[in-house]
Design a protein around this ligand. Structure first.
Ligand code: PLP
Length: 391
């Protein structure tokens, strides 16, 4: 059979410039430590901020739902795949986000695709932060709207673009709430002020902020006291919430529209009962067990402090995302490999996920890490960084 020679050539090139990666295989459940190749390693690379992936209440809810309602739903939402629990979760999410309504998609990725592709027309302009997540970029690509990118969190640049965009039906500003590769928070109060001054709409993707920032983890909008002033809040159920899925929250008009026009919502099967039931339970856990979020921030402060004391360079993170900047792809991969052999799972992030020459080890602290685990990880990082002459 004919081989994809042109694809192979590209893969070979990736191996050469060290952007080719082997996926690490986890042999136990996700948690503060996991087994990789039969060895116990401290997990510093998951998005399991609050440890909810294996919280007993979520697991129990999933089991019960599978037993009572089955393994799958057998249809898309709009035909025969809407169960009572799907609507219940959406009501809960709207309450949680303090909006009129919410709609669940299969993932955060498809939420951005569904929202952006359905509401933007050629009469509109979408104005996007240059470091927005790939799913926002791809969502924008699906539209006929004019597109402008403003420099990362640069409000003067955003205002410059807004000034030139007054003749469109809609100006839509889109930003990540927390930027996933650096851990900084979007300057949402300034963005909202500009939006109000220039009669624009605001969409915030809080994938890394839900469960992390705001009261009980309501996200950046609530964190900044901007409830009711942001038109579209996108969230994921796959990170701090610990399960799978994405959602858009906003006005009833917006949600009714998405329910009729959001293509991933319309043309892809609804979540299995176990997924939806676990998500419902997760929201209750956020409301009833604030101690996980408190522990998350306590662990983060401790871990960051110690890394800085070691002389490592971190990004200007304001969240539990703690990226250690390395620069060269090869060095970042070498450090990540060395850490793994010594019991620390800390994935290197290289081009194209981040810019070329800005490779990093991205660690994410979770509420479940014990002080003993953090200290052990810190000691391994210190000795490995020294050995590779990074400090
Ligand atoms: C992770 C992430 C997504 C995708 O969410 P999934 O539920 O994993 O598909 C979308 N947007 C941002 C900003 C993210 O960090």
């Amino acid at each position: 059979m004919k081989e994809f020679e042109f694809l192979k050539a590209e893969l070979d090139k990736m191996k050469e410039n060290k952007t080719w990666q082997q996926m690490k295989q986890i042999e136990t459940k996700q948690g503060p430590s996991v087994e990789v190749k039969g060895e116990n390693v401290i997990q510093l690379s998951s998005n399991n901020y609050l440890g909810l992936t294996s919280h007993p209440r979520l697991v129990e809810a999933a089991k019960r739902a599978a037993e009572e309602f089955g393994a799958g739903t057998g249809s898309v939402r709009t035909i025969a795949g809407t169960f009572t629990m799907h609507n219940e979760l959406e009501k809960k999410l709207a309450n949680f986000k303090k909006t009129e309504a919410a709609l669940v998609f299969q993932s955060g990725f498809t939420t951005n695709q569904g929202v952006l592709s359905s509401i933007l027309t050629k009469e509109d302009i979408v104005i996007s932060d240059e470091l927005n997540h790939a799913s926002i970029i791809d969502g924008i690509r699906l539209t006929k709207a004019d597109k402008k990118v403003y420099r990362h969190v640069d409000m003067d640049d955003l205002e410059r673009v807004l000034k030139k965009s007054m003749n469109y039906r809609m100006r839509l500003i889109v930003t990540d709430g927390v930027f996933s590769m650096d851990g900084n928070i979007a300057p949402l109060p300034d963005i909202v002020k500009l939006a109000e001054a220039y009669d624009a709409f605001v969409m915030v993707d809080d994938a890394h902020a839900s469960g992390v920032l705001g009261k009980n983890g309501r996200g950046t909008v609530n964190h900044f006291g901007l409830d009711g002033r942001v038109h579209i809040q996108v969230g994921t159920l796959s990170k701090a919430i610990g399960v799978l899925g994405g959602y858009a929250a906003g006005s009833q008009v917006l949600i009714d529209y998405l329910r009729h026009k959001g293509r991933p919502f319309l043309f892809s099967t609804s979540h299995p009962p176990a997924v939806t039931a676990a998500c419902i339970e997760a929201i209750d856990v956020l409301l009833e067990e604030p101690e996980h979020m408190e522990k998350l921030w306590e662990n983060t402060a401790y871990f960051k402090d110690k890394l800085v004391q070691m002389g490592l360079t971190l990004t200007k993170s304001e969240t539990p995302i703690v990226p250690i900047l390395i620069g060269e792809e090869e060095k970042a991969q070498a450090l990540s490999d060395l850490l793994l052999t010594r019991g620390v799972f800390a994935q290197s992030i290289v081009y194209p996920t981040v810019a070329q020459g800005k490779a990093r080890i991205r660690t994410i602290i979770t509420a479940e890490h014990t002080k003993e685990e953090l200290d052990r990880a810190l000691e391994v990082i210190r000795s490995a960084a020294k050995e590779l002459q990074l400090v």
